[in-house]
Design a protein around this ligand. Sequence first.
Ligand code: FES
Length: 349
Amino acid sequence: MPVIRLYPSGNEIPCPNGMTVLAALEAQGWALPNNCRAGTCGECKVKVRSGTFDQGFVLDMALSREERQQGYGAMCMAKPLSEVLEIEWGTVDAKPTLFPPREQVPHVVVDRMDRTPSIVELRLRPLDEPIRFWPGQHMQLGEQPLHPMRNYSMANAPRPDGELTFYVTREPFGQTSSWLTSSVDVGDILMVNGPYGSFIGDPAIDTPVILIAGGSGLAPIMSLTEAALRRGFSHPVKLIFSARTPADVYPRGQLAYLERRYANFEKIVTYTRHPHGTDCAQEPHYHGRLPSLLPSMTVSFTGTSVFVAGSEPFVGDCTNAVRALQPAAIYTEPFTDQQGDISSLSILG
Ligand code: FES
């Protein structure tokens, strides 16, 4: 069986025939960054030091011709052809940190709520051993062959009973999102694959945290926020949410609870499509695109850990805005279109 060797740690991970490098690493708990898992984003790109591999289909915007010539590969689609494939990734003392993903784990839909005209909240509870995950990660939901498996971030922190909360955005041309939001109902059984993703909150973080969400990027941000506060994180935790209108701040109750329960938590909301008006007095908020608003906010980013989730342009613009303001450690989760489906891990905002 081929082996993936990590440089410089020298760790060796078996890669069963037909498995991608990313899947093989995840199966052993290695957190190689990734996002689309389909060769379109470039998040899983690494330098291959030796060995040969079948790259599979990867878009040029994810892996350019020059990068291919320099020996880079997109590991979500790469399958080893040689006995050993050595890739440059991790540190000398790198260790696996993820929970290996599981497949086809049956869950019952225990709750379904229309949060906005386009967003449905689904709560699933496992019939089997709960799937363990890190806050910020995502699962895959779907029902082959009609409803392809799609990525959806959990919006809640891990719970002992394994319940998973998802915010699913209804998209007119999304086979899976249309099915999840229109046909799936309480009592139905859904098969869940996961967890996936490396946008995780490191429990070792010892700085104030600022979490920035655009649209459906709110799901992983809520998961990270809830998990940090529940485990007694003592530094300030600030959540900045860019929504279109007040109606899009759908977890308002959960946010209010966190504000009352944890003195170190604060939320800031901004609206992109809510003109100044009479209801502006109800709750403090900002108007406009968040990247342009960040410099005018009384938020200090110096020495903080910043997590940003949302559409690719949103994440890119916010990251640039933060970098231009003050030095901070920035972790990002840019959502990409999942070939027709746009999910809680995808574009919105
Ligand atoms: S290109 Fe590999 S995760 Fe997106």
